[in-house]
Each structure stands twice: as C-alpha cells, then as structure tokens.
Ligand binder design. Structure first.
Ligand SMILES: *[C@@H]1O[C@H](CO)[C@@H](O)[C@H](O)[C@H]1NC(C)=O
Ligand SMILES: *[C@@H]1O[C@H](CO)[C@@H](O)[C@H](O)[C@H]1NC(C)=O
Ligand SMILES: *[C@@H]1O[C@H](CO)[C@@H](O)[C@H](O)[C@H]1NC(C)=O
Ligand SMILES: *[C@@H]1O[C@H](CO)[C@@H](O)[C@H](O)[C@H]1NC(C)=O
Ligand SMILES: *[C@@H]1O[C@H](CO)[C@@H](O)[C@H](O)[C@H]1NC(C)=O
Length: 178
C-alpha cells in the first residue's frame, strides 16, 4: 500500500533535486562584468594608497579597470613588475590618456599600471590580480581561491537541500511507523 506513495516520493525527489541543483548553479554563476573604478570617488590622483583599494576588490577575467583623472596632468601606462617597482615606462605594454580610460582585463594574471608623468613616485601605481572566471566550462583551470570557495559553498548548500529533501521524504513514513 505505501509502496506507490514511496515510489511517487522517490520520483519527486529524483526529479526535483537536479532542478534545484541547476537553479543553485544559475544563482551562483556570475552574469556580468564589473567596472572597477580605480580609487573609487577619489579617482587617479597622487597621495592615494591604491594597494588598499585593490586589496578591497576581486577582479575576474572580462572585468574592466577604469581610470578617471585630469588628462592634462596624468596618464596611464601598463607596465611589468620592474616598471611598477621602479616607476619606469620602458617596454610598456600600453598607454592611455583620455582622462576616462576603460581597460579590459582579459587575462588571468597580475596587471601593473602606473602614471607616466611622474605621479608614480607619488603613489600613482596600482597592481591587480585577475582571477579566472569561476564558470562550469573550465572547472580544472578555475583553481583560484574565490572559485574554490564558491564551489565549496555550492556543494555545501546542495548537501543541505538534499538532506532536507530526504528528511521531508522520510518523515511521513517514520510518522506512520513504517
Ligand atoms: C599601502 O597600504 C599597504 C597595505 O596596508 C601597505 O603595505 C603599504 O606599505 C602602503 N603603501 C604606502 C606607499 O603607504
Ligand atoms: C572597501 O569596500 C567597502 C565596500 O565597498 C567600502 O565601504 C570601503 O570603504 C572600502 N575600503 C577601502 C579601503 O577602499
Ligand atoms: C629596479 O629597482 C630594483 C630595486 O627595487 C633594482 O634592483 C633594479 O636594478 C631596478 N631596475 C632598473 C631597470 O632600474
Ligand atoms: C620589464 O620590461 C623591461 C623592459 O622591456 C625588461 O628589461 C625587464 O626585464 C622586464 N621585467 C620583468 C620582471 O619582466
Ligand atoms: C603609447 O601607445 C602608442 C600606441 O597606442 C605607441 O605608439 C606609443 O609609442 C606609446 N607611447 C609610449 C611613450 O610608450
């Protein structure tokens, strides 16, 4: 007699669990790129510690970093580690000078930007670590700290939902003494 009820419940659990997991996956997947405005409302200016600013954000591949400044006074150079440490623009990878520059961060690596008009010596240098996207297509590559954390969170949540469903499914039978 309770066999059909049990199989209906089992059917319900096996059909809804994948759907819930899919929903969870969609909820935890990033959908849009972020524009990181250097220095927030202080912009790109001397005397600001941009290490504090960059430590306070998480950058992902496909995000933008944008610099806002007086174009008659400052500019932006993408350099390597040596250029960043020494405030030199030799061998710069790129330069921008519009006063409102949007630079795409297309690679998972550390980027270095400095001001090429002398402002670098007064703190106008910023370095950011760009993480790979924590997306399902390349789980093996996405071994960054952030993606490991969100994957673990998703797994924990899935376990929670699963045990809840199992409990909900079993409870009526325990109740009627089965
Ligand atoms: C900026 O802040 C970081 C983190 O607190 C610190 O390590 C660094 O020395 C500071 N840089 C300057 C130029 O003050
Ligand atoms: C870090 O980010 C938070 C939230 O966006 C903000 O309130 C805080 O002022 C930031 N701190 C620094 C040092 O930029
Ligand atoms: C850059 O600075 C470092 C010390 O921070 C120094 O050892 C190195 O020689 C400098 N390189 C150049 C190319 O000036
Ligand atoms: C940075 O670029 C300069 C100039 O091309 C080069 O001499 C230097 O070795 C590079 N530094 C690093 C850390 O790649
Ligand atoms: C700035 O970039 C342009 C190409 O966009 C290049 O022709 C120029 O030499 C660069 N300037 C410096 C000082 O590196």
């Amino acid at each position: 007699m309770p066999n059909s009820a049990a199989s209906t419940l089992l059917h319900l659990i096996t059909t809804t669990t994948p759907l819930l997991l899919l929903l969870l996956l969609l909820l935890t997947t990033r959908v849009s790129a972020t524009d990181h405005i250097v220095g927030a409302n202080q912009g790109w200016n001397p005397g600001i510690n941009y290490t504090l600013w960059s430590n306070n954000q998480t950058f992902y591949v496909g995000d933008l970093i944008s610099f806002r400044y007086q174009k008659t006074q400052y500019n932006v150079f993408e350099v390597n580690e040596t250029g960043y440490d020494n405030c030199t623009i030799e061998g710069a990878v790129g330069n921008w000078s519009s006063g409102k520059d949007f630079i795409p961060l297309n690679k998972a690596k550390r980027y270095y930007f400095i001001c090429g008009t002398g402002g670098c010596f007064n703190g106008m240098k910023v370095s950011v670590i760009v993480h790979p996207l924590p997306s399902p297509p390349k789980p093996a590559i996405a071994a960054s700290h952030a993606s490991t954390k969100s994957a673990a969170a998703a797994a924990a949540a899935a376990r929670g939902i699963y045990s809840m469903l199992v409990l909900m499914g079993l409870f009526p039978f325990i109740w009627i003494g089965l």
